[in-house]
Design a protein around this ligand. Sequence first.
Ligand code: HEM
Length: 245
Amino acid sequence: MRARIVLAVLFLVGAGTLARGDDKPIDRADLDKRIVMTVYESAVLGTDIFNKGGHAECYRLYQGTLMAVHPLLDHRPKLQANVKTRLERAAKMKAADAAFELRTALDEVQNEIAPSKVAKKALWDRLGGEKSVRVVVQDFIVAAAKDPKVNFDRNGKFKFDDKAIKHLEQMLVELISETTGGPLKYTGKSMDAVHKGMGITDAEFDALAGVLIDVLKKHKVPQAEIDELVKIVAGTRGAIVEKKN
Ligand code: HEM
């Protein structure tokens, strides 16, 4: 199966370099487009495989894709060298980390050649949809509640029993869905109404953002998706923070 995927990728890229249907040689711009589509499709497929637990399979898919794409990047020597370095680095890592390393290389190829040419999947889908987001949210709530720098329960003022935690989890999943292109609509209160009077400081908000980044990293969410989600969360600062430190 893995061999078939790698072969398909090799064929896809290889076929593009030889000729078009009309037998005219392919130009660089066209080749670039095909490279970008190939790395994009590999990243989407790999994310799905990774999220189902196939860390080694995902790594090998990315490795095959990058091995095929590498010789086609001779007109972009810096990018080409970078792909080689990441492939070598990944070969010494555990499968999950290697997949992560090579996903970064795929993103770099895509971003350098055509930052906006490829229609990206919704962030919600790139995060793995409801199942993956819910697992991250559950971990995030536990980690945030434990961190004194966040002071999530406002010195014990809010009681988080099982029912309250389940509710918060559902609200956060819905909020992430709504703001990242997912199918669930947010049914909770507005951010300013719910946090009003809590006296949340910038430092506490920063600490919470730090907890979120750590949890996303722990779940091997790629840096590009982390950056996008953190940017969305940062947009709520004005509604949540009441006190400058
Ligand atoms: C240091 C920063 C924060 C603290 C201390 C904090 C604290 C809290 C607390 C104590 C509650 C429960 C309120 C209640 O039961 O009435 C709550 C609810 C909630 N918070 Fe935060 N929060 C923070 C930041 C954020 C951020 C950044 C987001 C999302 C971008 C967020 C989203 C929510 C949501 C969706 C709810 C549930 C709303 C509902 O029940 O309708 N919070 N927060």
